[in-house]
Design a protein around this ligand. Structure first.
Ligand SMILES: [Zn+2]
Length: 207
């Protein structure tokens, strides 16, 4: 009798997993840098590692309060810690996400360089990844007051390591070397707006 009960519960559990477990799409958000790796440092002292984490936290926040936890969002780091590039993509291999989005801020010697960039791997990738990048680029351009520098291709490790795992995008969210953009990123509301725009860009991609 006990055995029947156990089997029944197991069946119930597997039905639950089938019905509810597969409903949510998994997304990995990768806040660039962390720990001893500050990333770029802005002319106003802003550190890329802090900005990318705050933007990632805003994405999680809006998924909770606006989208009723529609997506299962995992971050590659939740605090100010240094995670190797290899470990960031290991998470993707385990979780099999629908998309991997790496967050960064730019820096250039030319103080006038400005705008947003969306990167995909420069080797062979599914056509779907390029389409996703274009959708994200278009969406961010439409929603934020930034100039788009377009979809670009590069041999970044997080993109390369994910090429056979899931579609992966790397976003460069403004130049810390540009006065206007660095000041813009200093405002708390702007970080939230970036997080919201990225989340809604992901939602547009998923639809
Ligand atoms: Zn970076």
């Amino acid at each position: 009798m006990e055995q029947t009960k156990a089997i029944f519960l197991l069946c119930l559990f597997s039905v639950f997993i089938t019905v509810y477990g597969q409903k949510k799409q998994i997304i990995i958000v990768d806040p660039g840098h962390g720990g001893t790796d500050n990333g770029a440092v802005g002319i106003n002292g802003l550190r890329e590692k802090d900005l990318t984490l705050k933007i990632a936290q805003a994405i999680v926040h809006y998924n909770r309060i606006l989208l009723d936890k529609r997506y299962d969002i995992y971050l590659t780091r939740y605090g100010d810690t240094l995670i190797s590039l290899g470990h960031r993509t290991k998470l993707a291999k385990i979780l099999d996400p629908k998309i991997f989005v790496s967050l960064h801020c730019n820096h250039a010697n030319n103080p006038k360089a400005s705008g947003l960039e969306v990167y995909v791997f420069n080797g062979s990738i599914p056509k779907q990844s390029l389409t996703m990048a274009k959708v994200m680029d278009g969406y961010l351009q439409e929603q934020l007051g930034y100039r788009s520098r377009g979809v670009k291709r590069a041999n970044f490790q997080v993109l390369r390591d994910n090429r056979e795992v899931c579609p992966a995008l790397l976003l460069e969210l403004g130049f810390l070397s540009n006065t206007d953009e660095a000041v813009h990123l200093e405002e708390k509301g702007k970080i939230k707006a970036l997080g919201l725009a990225i989340l809604m860009g992901i939602k547009t991609i998923m639809e």
